[in-house]
Design a protein around this ligand. Sequence first.
Ligand code: ATP
Length: 316
Amino acid sequence: MAKEKICLIINPISGTDSKKNIPEEVAAAFDQRKYDLFIRITGYPDHATEIARKAAKKNYKYVLVAGGDGTVNEVAKSLVHTNTTLGIIPSGSGNGLARELGIPLDTEKAIKIILREHTRTIDYGMANGHIFFCTCGFGFDAFISDRFAEGKKRGPLGYVRNILESVVDFRSEEYEITTDNGTITERAFILTCANASQYGNDAHIAPGASMDDGMMNVSILKPLNAIEVPQTTIQLFTNNIDKNSKMTSLITRNLLIKRSRAGMMHVDGEPVSTGNEIKVETIHKGLKVLAPDNGLRGKKRRESENIFNSLTRWFN
Ligand SMILES: Nc1ncnc2c1ncn2[C@@H]1O[C@H](COP(=O)(O)OP(=O)(O)OP(=O)(O)O)[C@@H](O)[C@H]1O
């Protein structure tokens, strides 16, 4: 019988942990009588997209990615609607998709999940043609993703520094939002379309969002005053932000967002400049991914969460 082909793509600059043992660990995990393993290191942005596209074209069984959400997005968007299944070895700063799917952040445990070969088929979103798997956003989250990309400083402390600096400079905008159920106009601090419940780092902007329901959760957080910031931050990390009085949550398959001028958005944390009209669509069950069968599946985990373990995890 012909051997199956597997590609492992490693982003050498993602996250803060060393990835030097990953090739060896993955090679040792797969039976080389059954599988041919090809290992590729990315050399520049979007390189992972090119590698994964070629692998899918050649009918590789799996493309495994060791990187953060940016790299996972680059790989996964090449695999949608193909026969090739994504595997994730979380190696980023936020690891939103991995966390959402219940994939362990520890490399050895993540490889064990891959070896179980349990496949889930998940939805993805498209914002003006840009594919995302977790979130795309237009307010403060887009502003900080742009700052973060400029700052080049990776890791949780990089996020904290960028967030504190950005909060001072950010100006909220007014949006006209048309969903399957009608149109609203709202000035928002955050406007996020969420296929997954979180941005990454267990920062849950859309508690209850499910990756396989064929729907997009839209979280609109009105501008906050300084007194409201600490409580809102706690709610974000304890999966309770839907209890915030400034939050409006909508569920729709497709939506159209209009703003007064062109500007930034982010897709899975990567900044992209786009026009003043943004069409967001949900594509149902477009990506096959190796994941535990006990992932979030849209259930709220607030019962088991508390702010201390969330923040401790974030800073580790
Ligand atoms: N060799 C390289 N040199 C510079 N940039 C690269 C290289 N390879 C990949 N990249 C880019 O690195 C960027 C950051 O990667 P990624 O998002 O995976 O890590 P992260 O930002 O640390 O994690 P997260 O997104 O989970 O916070 C991606 O946009 C990717 O295109």
